[in-house]
Write a protein of this length. Structure first.
Length: 194
């Protein structure tokens, strides 16, 4: 028997994954339970156990679902504008007290579950490849040297933000975002990322 795209199976998956994120926001990874997720999703817990089997499999599927969701790559007309838009999105996602609970819980889960860690790595690999398009365009426009590693530049622009968010727990504002992007671009223009 095959499932119908957009049918009941897709609705159940969507409801359960949405409930997983909602439960993450409330309880974090250690507090995730199949029972609470099933109740929030409006399905029986046996449905969740039958389809996913365990919390880490469920969380991995939620990350996979987010990874496969279309993400609009910025196109401001300049590499600085594009990288600033990407870095600002990171700052916004983790800077909003109401919105950062889920991304922080997902990162924390990756330290506790090998399956979640693999899915998080895959999620970021896809996002970095998508974001790297801004660097490819910049090289084509002559804004950056040929041979600049697109993924490394995206990582370098965002790394200081993640350091402040997860290590020092400092706020990330517009000035921090802009400084991180300028520093990454200076390194790229100097040929350090070729």
């Amino acid at each position: 028997m095959t499932s119908r795209p957009g049918g009941r199976s897709a609705r159940v998956r969507s409801a359960v994954l949405d409930a997983t994120y909602a439960e993450l926001a409330v309880h974090g990874y250690p507090g995730l339970t199949v029972e609470n997720i099933a109740e929030r999703a409006g399905v029986h817990k046996t449905t969740v156990y039958r389809r996913w089997g365990a919390i880490d499999v469920l969380l991995a599927d939620a990350l996979d679902y987010a990874r496969d969701t279309e993400w609009p790559v910025p196109d401001t007309g300049s590499v600085e504008g594009d990288l600033t838009a990407i870095a600002d999105e990171v700052a916004t996602a983790f800077g909003d007290p109401g919105g950062r609970t889920v991304p922080e819980a997902v990162v924390a889960a990756a330290f506790q579950s090998t399956r979640a860690a693999e899915s998080l790595r895959e999620f970021y690999a896809v996002r970095h490849e998508q974001a790297a398009q801004v660097v490819v365009r910049a090289v084509e426009r002559g804004e950056l040297p040929a041979g600049t590693d697109p993924v490394d530049l995206v990582r370098l622009a965002c790394a200081p933000l993640y350091y402040r968010i997860f290590i020092t727990r400092e706020p990330v504002d517009t000035a921090v975002v802009e400084r991180a992007v300028r520093a990454a671009l200076a390194a790229a223009r100097a040929g350090a990322l070729a």
